[in-house]
Design a protein around this ligand. Structure first.
Ligand code: HEM
Ligand SMILES: *[C@@H]1O[C@H](CO)[C@@H](O)[C@H](O)[C@H]1NC(C)=O
Ligand SMILES: *[C@@H]1O[C@H](CO)[C@@H](O)[C@H](O)[C@H]1NC(C)=O
Length: 321
């Protein structure tokens, strides 16, 4: 995580960004989102969220990865509508109870932010916006790019286990990843940029044990040993995606160049000629990776956004109102 002094300045920096946005005027996009959506209804929404993330990451820096991943899993299934947060009920098995949920974490950070926001401005700030804001803050606090996002998402009323088939599988090859991301409107370059989120966090053996059995020319021999040693401790044993699991940097792409990508879906980005040059570009030019990543995250954050009667502002992020 960034140094404590720097971290303390973040709230100020983000506030300054908000003010610049404010001066530049209201700009509602066609999807109904805007940069200063909460300007009059909940002016402290941004700093409340940012402070919550700062406090959470100071206590546990591994939560940065968790928050970025939650936003991805929210947006790729039924759009960015907070559906990943919904708990199952006796009549409905929700997204979060699918096997693809593997080790999703960080719900307590969303709840902590929501609790404060409800005190400050009840019923105003959506859970899907909280997911988007916490992911953005986590990226910056872990050393990644600072960017501002539009707000005004409404929370959805549907969360079904079967919808999670919209998520890519870690055993996908580049062709399958390209198709899956194209279905959501992303190019191959955006696929590689977004995969760069794996500069944060870990995978469990469960997600890469498919690579242990077959001979794989795209997998470094020593690294194959590391994978299998990890798995000797069981399905839940964790391995970081790169050497710096809590730092947002371009080392993930260097790992791919060394054939030391953790998941099949990571290494295939270097193995396939359609994406290899993009990986090489990001590996050698971190500012370019940061720029492409933030653009792709802003785009991901507007996937199938719910408006008007299609959504609501949930009072409790775990339950439909
Ligand atoms: C390209 C397709 C992708 C696949 C197949 C994939 C799959 C996975 C898998 C299997 C894990 C490990 C789960 C476990 O074993 O516990 C993981 C972790 C993670 N994923 Fe992805 N992912 C993809 C794209 C993304 C994107 C686009 C983002 C965010 C923008 C993202 C963010 C993360 C993060 C931050 C972690 C680490 C979580 C932690 O340490 O708690 N992933 N991903
Ligand atoms: C993930 O899904 C499993 C069932 O596949 C469930 O037992 C577990 O509680 C879920 N994890 C989370 C964090 O919701
Ligand atoms: C990718 O996987 C699909 C499905 O298993 C397979 O049909 C295809 O041939 C694979 N493509 C490449 C380039 O390996």
């Amino acid at each position: 995580m960034r140094s404590p002094n720097l971290v303390k300045m973040v709230g100020v920096v983000l506030l300054a960004v908000e003010i610049i946005v404010l001066i530049s005027g209201y700009r509602f996009g066609a999807n109904g989102l805007s940069m200063n959506y909460y300007l009059s209804s909940c002016p402290l929404a941004e700093p409340i969220v940012t402070n919550t993330v700062i406090r959470a990451l100071m206590a546990d820096p591994t939560l940065a990865a968790a928050l970025v991943r939650l936003h991805f899993h929210d947006c790729f299934v039924q759009g960015c509508d907070g559906s990943i947060l919904i708990d199952s009920t006796k009549d409905n098995t929700a997204e979060k109870d699918s096997p693809a949920n593997l080790s999703l974490r960080g719900y307590e950070v969303i709840n902590a932010a929501k609790k404060q926001l409800e005190k400050q401005c009840p019923g105003v700030v959506s859970c899907s916006d909280i997911l988007a804001m916490t992911a953005r803050d986590a990226v910056y606090l872990a050393g990644g790019p600072l960017y501002s996002i539009q707000k005004g998402r409404k929370d959805g009323r549907r969360s079904k286990i079967e919808d999670t088939e919209n998520l890519p599988s870690p055993t996908f090859n580049a062709s399958q990843l390209i198709i899956k991301f194209r279905q959501h409107g992303f190019s191959a370059e955006e696929l590689v940029a977004l995969s760069g989120a794996h500069t944060l966090g870990v995978a469990t053996c469960r997600s890469f044990k498919n690579r242990l059995s077959d001979e794989d020319p795209t997998l470094d021999e020593d690294f194959a040993q590391t994978l299998s040693e990890t798995c000797s401790s069981g399905d839940d044993a964790e391995l970081p995606f790169d050497a710096t699991r809590n730092s947002f940097d371009s080392l993930y792409f260097n790992a791919l160049q060394r054939k030391a990508g953790v998941l099949t879906s990571d290494q295939t980005l270097y193995a396939d000629t359609r994406t290899r040059n993009i990986v090489n570009g990001f590996a050698s030019n971190q500012p370019m990776f940061f720029r492409r990543f933030q653009l792709a995250m802003v785009k991901m954050g507007t996937l199938d956004v719910k408006q008007g009667s299609r959504g609501e502002v949930r009072k409790n992020c775990h339950k439909i109102n």
